[in-house]
Ligand binder design. Structure first.
Ligand code: MN
Length: 513
């Protein structure tokens, strides 16, 4: 069966991806990265196949110069750029980093000229020519961006870009700095600019203030641009930039464009960037959100089990994910039977009906039903002894502003005592690391997702931690509830690990032999 639709073939032969996660993305309020963290993200973006990386804004700080230097020295395949304003000193900072190119950003709208830059149009033309010339004289490739281009006078924008081209600019980018473009206007703008700049390649740089960043980027790529500026997870100022994962998958799955991005690495890269930037994703985020391949409603799970394409736009494997069937208020008996089968539990029809009703009634009370809950319900209904291979014997966490958080745990794994200690960026991280270390020796498992919410307000609030774990192809969700966030996290981890370690299929076999 075929999936997706072919709409057009009018894309350029080669679409270039210019990733700005480490510059525009880092400008996300609350995000600030150390050079080492930037390097880790750069390496993962390089692996995924982006053509160019904007690694930072060299003139911003010494740390920024150090970060860009680290990245240029890492031997990546992607071209490394640094941003600079139309200031000679900014370009000197770029020269310290070893970057091959400068992303030179100069405002073109009267609004920016009058209120921010306090310069005339003539000044801007001269600045554009001088700084472009200076960068070229020093051997840098120049990606010249007109800031706020989409609210600029087209004739002046053309003049300014021409001044850049005469001074040697390699590429032009009319930035949609505040995300006001709509697809129709994008087509007009890029078609017109392509007419005026036949020989100079164009980039598109969109922001998502109206949720149109990816749509506008696609239209631009069909109307004269051959490179898109994007960020992983759509990070960026305000509502963010056009998202790498959304653009790449839309182009590949819906437009059948042969894009040189390894989409099967998108999910793990998204998780890595989310972890390192400490910027969680909304569950319903397109492509990489936690719920993008989770099915709960009875009608949908029934369809999915018969044929996954009934309720999925493309196979999750395309982006390196797997699908999951969740239990809850909207569950159907087919979905619950399938989830239990994964655990090796085969209730008869009567038992299944009781389990089904209990899951529904929990859901009706507004509770999330995790896989660990489903297993416990099934065990009770099927009168199976509740086996929990891992039990917590003891946990101690030391934390403070002058010490690295350290946790030590003692676990009972099927009667065997396991003791481990680990450090972490905070008490929760340390505790989880210690548990992973202790159990990992016997059964390697991966923590895919961790989310926390306070159920009541105040510092004595009850905390609910939800985790999603995987072991090979199997996945399990679990919830921990406690006044103490560390204990809630530990409970959720152990409860999820217990689901993955309980294998009724194996036990049955053992009983038979
Ligand atoms: Mn921007």
């Amino acid at each position: 069966m075929k999936w997706g639709i072919v709409l057009s073939t009018s894309f350029p032969k080669k679409i270039r991806i210019f990733d700005t996660t480490l510059r525009d993305g880092e400008q996300t309020p609350g995000v600030s990265l150390t050079p080492e963290k930037k390097l880790r993200i750069a390496e993962s973006l390089d692996k995924i196949g982006v053509d160019a990386l904007e690694a930072g804004f060299a003139a911003a700080s010494e740390g920024e110069v150090k970060a860009i230097k680290l990245i240029t020295n890492a031997g990546l395949r992607a071209e490394v750029y640094s941003m600079a304003r139309g200031v000679i000193g900014d370009i000197d900072s770029v020269l310290k980093t070893g970057a091959v190119g400068v992303h030179l950003v100069i405002p073109s709208s009267d609004l920016h000229l009058e209120y921010k830059l306090k310069k005339s149009r003539e000044d801007v033309l001269k600045i554009t020519a001088d700084t472009t010339q200076y960068a070229k004289d020093h051997g840098l490739a120049v990606e010249l961006s007109a800031e706020d281009a989409t609210r600029s006078d087209l004739e002046f924008l053309t003049k300014m870009l021409k001044a850049g081209v005469s001074a040697g600019a390699d590429r032009l980018c009319p930035c949609d700095t505040v995300g006001v473009l709509i697809p129709e206007r994008t087509r007009e703008l890029f078609s017109e600019l392509k007419k005026r700049f036949k020989k100079v390649p164009l980039s598109v740089h969109c922001h998502d203030d109206f949720g149109l960043a990816v749509a506008n980027s696609i239209i631009a790529l069909k109307s004269g641009a051959d490179q898109a500026h994007v960020t992983m997870n759509g990070l960026g100022e305000r509502a963010g930039n056009a998202s790498l994962e959304e653009l790449a998958v839309a182009l590949k799955a819906n437009y059948k464009v042969n894009l040189a991005i390894k989409t099967e690495l998108l999910y793990e890269t998204s998780r890595l960037v989310s972890r390192i930037t400490d910027f969680p994703l909304q569950p319903n985020k397109a492509i990489v959100g936690e719920n993008a391949f989770v099915h709960e409603s009875g009608m949908h799970t029934h369809g999915i089990l018969a044929h996954p394409l009934t309720y999925e736009p493309f196979p999750p494997e395309l982006i390196g994910r797997t699908r999951r069937i969740a239990s809850g208020k909207h569950s159907g008996s087919h979905g619950i039977r399938a989830s239990l089968k994964e655990m090796g539990l085969y209730p008869n029809d009567e038992q299944l009906n009781v389990i089904f009703l209990r899951v529904k009634s929990l859901g009706d009370k507004g509770k999330r039903v995790s896989d660990a809950d489903l297993q416990a319900i099934a065990e009770a209904v099927m009168e199976l002894p509740a086996t929990r291979p891992i039990k917590l014997e003891e946990i101690t966490v030391v934390t403070g502003d002058r010490v690295t958080s350290t946790a030590s745990v003692r676990l009972n794994l099927n009667g065997k005592m396991l003791t481990e200690a680990a450090t972490g960026v905070g008490p929760v991280d340390a505790a989880i690391n210690a548990i992973k270390k202790a159990v990992g020796i016997v059964e390697p498992m991966k923590l895919e997702n961790y989310s926390v919410k306070a159920i009541t307000g105040g510092t004595n609030a009850v905390t609910e931690v939800a985790v999603s774990l995987s072991k090979g192809d199997r996945k399990a969700t679990a919830i921990g509830v406690n006044e103490d966030i560390v204990i809630a996290s530990v409970e959720a981890m152990l409860s999820g690990m217990n689901v993955l370690m309980t294998n009724y299929n194996k036990q049955k076999l053992k009983e038979k032999t």
